[in-house]
Ligand binder design. Structure first.
Ligand code: PLP
Length: 476
């Protein structure tokens, strides 16, 4: 494809994307195709001769689109949001087009330096303690700073590897088998996975307490640690969560940090979804004690208008990360590599991901971003209020950060799962269920970039209609 052909095709594609965004709210939110729908529609091998972009786009429209669940639909209330925005898409398009590799500073100095600057900007916007900033007041790089990982799961793993490097620095190799990682059982499954990947055999998922709104009780944590130490194990890594996946539970960060300090453990805070609310003064209480954490993470690709992937991680001290992840084969030796992000992550290759965040932070600015988050939080309160007013439903844990968990009360006890199915089958909204204390609960997560009050009210109407039908059937 030549430059002029690309210019035309790209403009056409932008037109198509704009039309898609204009009509996405009308599309069935969840794809209803069956597993294996696509292979019969596709050739068995790539073409021998070149095809035109029209042929490719024709297949996108007729064969791919039906297999999409529309995460950017304003009627998407499942999981957590995966925000996109036009400014972020511009940055991402540019990143794809420039196609530079940022693993070495010298590979593209701007890629490394802009990422550091943008993460300092975001850290300040989020009111993170200055110990997480890369640049000190003198303008020089300090020991820590921010880095963009692909996902929060990678961040949990990278922090675990740093924790392991730090604790093992002066220990015999056989002590690795005695290391113990801790979090609550409400923390994300990526912690268990990180332990699987790193070969950490002791992973304690401590039962979070329903009476503490599913937060980890520091006394339970201390008791588990004391027991492990008494049996010869070594606590080394603690993950606290601000905004758990199931119910947006918040662990008591300052208390957990004190325990981590006492036992010289690495303390990582996973705030993948809710962390961006640290930019709101009224949410600051959730983040008290952050200065005592070794690392902090929030995903700009969840609720900060930045297309996947953009998981922002900050560390107070990058040395343990580098100890865990730095290798310097001959082919990577280059001049001026004081600051190479290859040493802060697992893969070697890395895209120029900070560009999209750069566009977002500049083109929205602090006040619009705060307004954006408050808009969703207010919609969350509206939804929770509607649920509360209807005595067929019960809210099971305090709604937080625009997430509401609730059940439909009925004679059979399985009405909530059926309710979620009925809503999803309608195609007019999409939500998921989860389990809290063995009970199936419906989970309504607000945060879509295009979601407005009318979408939340329409979804509530749909939920009520589905409940009417289910309760009538159950009682018949
Ligand atoms: N941590 C929390 C609290 C989450 O809610 C999620 C995903 O929803 C993750 C981690 C994993 O995020 P990622 O998909 O970026 O790995």
């Amino acid at each position: 494809m030549g430059i002029e052909a690309y210019r035309k095709a790209a403009k056409d594609l932008i037109d198509w994307i704009c039309d898609y965004y204009a009509r996405v709210e009308k599309l069935p939110v969840r794809s209803e195709v069956e597993p294996g729908y696509l292979p019969p529609l596709m050739p068995r091998k790539a073409p021998d001769a070149p095809e035109g972009v029209e042929a490719v786009m024709s297949d996108i429209k007729s064969k791919i689109l039906p297999g999409l669940t529309h995460w950017q639909s304003p009627n998407f209330f499942a999981f957590f949001p995966a925000n996109s925005s036009f400014p972020a898409m511009l940055g991402d398009m540019l990143s794809g087009a420039l196609s530079v590799m940022g693993f070495l500073w010298s590979g593209s100095p701007a890629a490394t330096e802009l990422e550091t600057i943008v993460l300092d900007w975001l850290a300040k916007l989020l009111n993170l303690p200055s110990c997480f900033l890369a640049y000190g007041p003198d303008g020089n790089l300090g020991r820590g700073g921010g880095v963009i990982q692909g996902t929060a799961s990678e961040t949990v793993l990278v922090a675990l590897l740093a924790a392991q490097a730090r604790v093992m620095a002066e220990r015999p190799a056989e002590d690795r088998q005695r290391l113990v990682c801790y979090s609550s059982n409400q923390a994300h499954s990526s912690i268990k996975k990180a332990c699987m990947v790193a070969g950490t055999t002791h992973c304690r998922l401590i039962l979070a307490r329903p009476e503490l709104d599913y937060a980890l009780d520091p006394a339970d944590l201390s008791a588990a640690i004391d027991k492990d130490i008494a049996s010869g194990l070594i606590p080394f890594y603690l993950v606290g969560t601000i905004g758990s996946t199931s119910s947006c539970a918040v662990d008591p960060i300052a208390d957990l940090a004190a325990i981590a300090r006492k036992h010289s453990m690495w303390f990582h805070i996973d705030a993948a979804f809710a962390g961006v609310t640290a930019m709101l003064p009224e949410m600051q209480h959730y983040f008290a004690g952050l200065e005592l954490a070794d690392s902090f993470n929030t995903n700009a690709h969840k609720w900060l208008l930045t297309n996947f992937d953009c998981s922002c991680m900050w560390v107070q001290d990058a040395e343990p990360l580098k100890a865990a992840l730095s290798l310097m084969p001959a082919f990577l030796r280059a001049k001026g590599n004081a600051y190479d992000f290859k040493d802060w992550q697992i893969p070697l290759g890395r895209r120029f991901r900070s560009l999209k965040l750069f566009f977002v932070l500049r083109m929205y600015g602090k006040h619009k971003l705060q307004q954006y988050l408050r808009h969703h939080i207010a919609l969350g309160e509206l939804f929770a209020g509607l649920v509360r007013k209807d005595n067929r439903f019960e809210i099971v844990t305090p709604p937080r950060f625009a997430l509401t968990c609730f059940v439909l009360k009925g004679p059979l006890g399985n009405e909530t799962a059926a309710l979620v199915d009925a809503v999803n089958q309608s195609g007019r909204a999409f939500m998921i269920s989860t389990e809290l204390s063995g009970q199936t609960v419906a989970r309504f997560a607000i945060g879509g970039a295009q979601t407005q009050q009318r979408h939340v009210r329409a979804a509530w109407q749909l939920i009520c209609e589905a409940a009417d039908g289910l309760l009538a059937t159950a009682r018949a």
